[in-house]
Design a binder for this molecule. Structure first.
Ligand code: BES
Ligand code: MN
Ligand code: ZN
Length: 492
């Protein structure tokens, strides 16, 4: 689907206009209403449309105008229209029209959104247009998307076009993250995943791929232990974007990329195990973010690192009771092979701080089922040793509508992962505070560097969201959040 910006629109196709509270039409909407002989006003009344954000009324084949359709979308109170509301409005419109037969939509945002707001509206359109249909060969023609072009009419066409250039890169990053999560685990295994990321060299990212031999040499036995039951070779992929000043320390993003998590020898129950194809959602967000930063030529130095492994039961698989030495030199008693994400991230974080001496490290992971119990799908959990990063992420979460909620770390929890036979064990005591003990494990691998862990087990995969911006399953969570965090704090 194509997004265009223009100073004035064509009268054919579908036309969308905004309405504020109390069904108040914009100037353009009022003119259209009078051309249509007051049909818009009648339609709003007849359908109890009040202009609340998210509401929509559709008039098909209205007389008096050339358009196939007039759609009125609510944006709420005039003084309170913000980026998130505009995203939702754009997404709601596209969801309504995507497969309805229409090919072209013209949206009047005159007086409704500035250029940045128009971009956020467009981002919402793109997010709602996302589909994962590549494997469907029998999808009925009548269920396929028809909407091809959306033209946004704004007050300052030039500024809107310039702004969209940067936001389009974010939309592309979200799409890519979603695709990676939604791809089946026989297609996205560690080597094939790494190959896909290598293609991003086109965007200006520098890509490096380490295989098992290189990781063995570095001493990454915690990560390698997770992958040793799989016939697929584990990979560490490093993406570098140098858009900042030479010599500026990079920002570092690290992602869990378990391409399939069976639990290993501590095998998971069978029901819904297929969802564990999404256990690489943290890494997908890092890839999507790096793509967005490169695509919009962000003025920062950033490094993305993803640890890619498949956690399988096998004759050569890691056992409960094994003790491994991680790259940090610390020993880890494996008590549950299903607590594998922390093992992958522990080595990836240690590598990140040692190799790049970053300003900070932020890692993303579908790390614990416990975070779903605590926060559901609505907030990601964040855990940090640095108040500035935690506060910045909380603000970025509100601004991007990818919300996070901070949970504690501390010595009382840390004690729970002490092992009687090794430096630490890979699970806590019992079932309490499971997300926190996982974070404590990661914290033991950051060497005191400023760090934040984002647990996206709930937000990264969401089969049943009512948010028009989100598709079934892979949400791409983390791309918008971190892009916003970088924009607002590190590019000034
Ligand atoms: N990938 C899972 C966490 C997960 C669960 C993500 C549900 C998304 C939805 C992780 O590797 C895992 O299995 N964690 C265990 C840890 C436990 C063994 C300490 C868990 O959460 O049960
Ligand atoms: Mn697991
Ligand atoms: Zn996992």
């Amino acid at each position: 689907m194509k997004i265009k910006f223009a100073a004035s629109g064509s009268a054919s196709g579908s036309i969308a206009v905004a309405a504020y509270d109390k069904a108040t039409l914009t100037v353009v909407g009022k003119a259209l209403d009078s051309d249509a002989g007051g049909a818009i006003t009648r339609a709003m009344k007849a359908s109890r449309f009040t202009g609340k954000a998210g509401e929509i009324v559709e008039l098909v084949a209205p007389s008096g105008v050339d358009a196939d359709r007039i759609v009125v979308f609510g944006v709420g109170t005039k003084s309170k229209v913000d980026g998130n509301g505009l995203e939702r409005a754009g997404a709601g419109l596209v969801k309504k029209l995507l497969t309805g037969g229409e090919t072209a939509l013209t949206v009047s945002l005159e007086g409704v959104a500035d250029s940045e707001g128009a971009s956020r509206f467009a981002l919402g359109c793109r997010m709602a247009a996302y589909r994962f249909d590549g494997y469907r060969t029998t999808l009925e023609e009548s269920k396929k998307p028809t909407l091809k072009t959306i033209t946004l009419i704004t007050d300052d066409e030039k500024a809107a076009k310039a702004s969209w250039k940067s936001w389009e890169a974010v939309a592309d990053g979200v799409d890519m993250a979603r695709d990676l999560v939604n791809e089946p685990p026989n297609v996205i295994d560690p080597p094939q995943y790494a190959k896909r990321v290598a293609k991003l060299a086109d965007t200006g990212l520098e890509i490096e791929i380490l295989g098992e031999k290189e990781m063995k040499k570095l001493g990454m036995n915690a990560l390698l232990g997770v992958g040793q039951g799989s016939v697929k070779e584990s990979q560490l992929v490093i993406m570098k974007w140098n858009g900042g000043k030479k010599g500026d320390k990079p920002l570092c993003f690290v992602g869990k990329g378990v391409t399939f998590d069976t639990g290993g020898i501590s095998l998971k129950p069978g029901a819904n195990m297929d969802e564990m194809k999404g256990d690489m959602g943290g890494s997908a967000a890092v890839v999507g973010l790096m793509r967005a930063l490169a695509g919009r030529k962000a003025k920062v130095n950033a490094v993305g690192i993803i640890g890619l492994v498949e956690n399988m039961p096998d004759g050569n698989a890691q056992r409960p009771g094994d003790i491994v030495t991680s790259m940090s030199g610390q020993t880890i008693e494996i008590l549950n092979t299903d607590a594998e994400g922390r093992l992958v991230l522990g080595d990836a974080l240690w590598y990140a701080q040692k190799e790049f001496d970053p300003q900070f490290m932020i890692n993303l992971a579908t790390l614990t089922g416990a975070i779903l119990i605590a926060l559901g799908h609505e907030h990601a959990g964040i855990f940090s040793n640095d108040d500035k990063i935690a506060d910045g992420l909380t603000k970025a979460g509100l601004a991007s509508d990818e919300k996070v909620w901070r949970l504690p770390v501390g010595p009382e929890y840390d004690r729970q992962i002490d092992s009687p036979v090794a430096d630490m064990k890979n699970i806590g005591e019992g079932r309490l505070a499971g997300s926190i003990t996982a974070a404590q494990f990661l914290q033991r691998h950051v060497n005191g560097k400023p760090w934040c862990h984002i647990d996206i087990a709930g937000t990264g995969m969401w089969p049943g969201s009512k948010d028009a911006r989100l598709p079934t399953f892979g949400t791409g969570f983390g791309v918008r959040l971190l892009d916003r965090f970088v924009r607002d704090n590190y590019e000034k």
